[in-house]
Design a protein around this ligand. Sequence first.
Ligand code: UD1
Ligand code: CA
Length: 460
Amino acid sequence: MPEQITIPLHIIILAAGEGTRMISALPKILQPLGGRPMLSHLLETARNLGPAGIHIVIGSQSEEVIAAFADEDDLNWIHQAERLGTGHAVQQALPTIPQNSQVLILYGDHPLVPQQDLESLITSAAQLSLLTMVPESPHGYGRILREANDRVSGIVEQKDASPEQLQITEVNTGILVAGSNLLTELILQVNNNNAQQEYYLTDIFGIAHKQDIEIDAVIAVDAADLQGANDRRQLAILERRYQYHQANRLMDAGALLIDPARLDIRGNVAVGRDVCIDINVVLEGTVVLGDSAHIGAGAILKNVSIGPGTRIEAHSVMEDAVVGANCNIGPFARVRPGTVLADEVKIGNFVEIKKSTVAKGSKASHLSYIGDAEVGAGVNIGAGTITCNYDGVNKHQTVIEDGAFIGSDTQLVAPVRVGKNATVGAGSTITRDVPPESLAVSRSRQTTLKNWKRPVKNSD
Ligand code: UD1
Ligand code: CA
């Protein structure tokens, strides 16, 4: 195979906008989308293109933005002190980009741009290519001017357009690809003689056309993915669009979504086939759902792995937990960090479990607190059982060995161990270890007074 000469790709992200219309203390590009900053979605797409550099132009509130991405060392932050227009913003970034590179320009507040559209743009043959779209309404966008032979001859901004030009339905997404040398040359020729007295990046197309430079226009597959977020209404529309894509991805992987519009994904979710997700579920962080797992209505799962055939019933809240196959959790279970459940475990309603392991087939069906415990296989934990794991200063372990039976309303005062196949009578407060195969009861004996009459109310 002949050696391919690859031109390094440099990506400039324009993000110096103040986002005043958000009415927020948080900079616009840090507003949440799918549970993380808007900009992080765009960075993910940008990185997938394998760039040699990512250059982000920021303005006011820059310290807050940089701090939010402090862990990411592949980003080159560029300050645009004065906001003089998109052309001026790109000009600030160009000096740090090596000659003979390919430059892609993206926008921080257009975070859902599909990778596919960008790939089409990057691989287009021309020296200068732009991404256009045909949205439902062209209002507010720069209109694409084409000659009779369809060649792009320029872009006119809404505020500078004639009534005829305003009728044009094909608009500028703002996204473009150009050779760095050409881009540098063209931007030097841009002036600010326009309605907004800004240096418009878009003017480079008219300038290029006059110099007979070929311009390629790629039309985006779906304009809905190229919407921006200037205010909270638009941000909400973007959020729904993002969730629409997430839901489709799960369905394509074999999940049954009772209503794709009533599921929220704020992280990375992997599903097996025949997973069923009922309405109003929130999945956060890294979530893995095994084949045929069922997630009931209103469940909230964050960083959990659910084994095949397991049912999470309605309104259960789970975080940082690993659950085996064919378990039954909830409804209204609270599974807290550090919980590891083996196969066929049952954690019922109003049971809270934290930093505990439960072996195969064990059950805590009702109203219990299990914290810092190691529970063996085939254990039955009765209703109202509490592991008293905290002495006010330190946390202590409770160990319940295989086959033990813990009667209802038992307090296990840790550190304590209940031996294999041992039985604890209902209502006991267990403060000392219970040997295997034994019965421990610590409640006081019942007293019964025969023919006892209740007091009667005084008649005064
Ligand atoms: C721009 C395009 C328009 C296109 C539209 C798509 C220009 C002149 N117009 O219009 O053709 O249809 O995007 O959404 O480019 N920015 C800076 N520094 C600046 C000015 C802007 O970083 O000095 C950033 C903003 O943060 C924003 C982006 O560039 O993210 C676009 O700027 P904006 O002024 O909003 O351009 P539009 O009027 O939307
Ligand atoms: Ca504007």
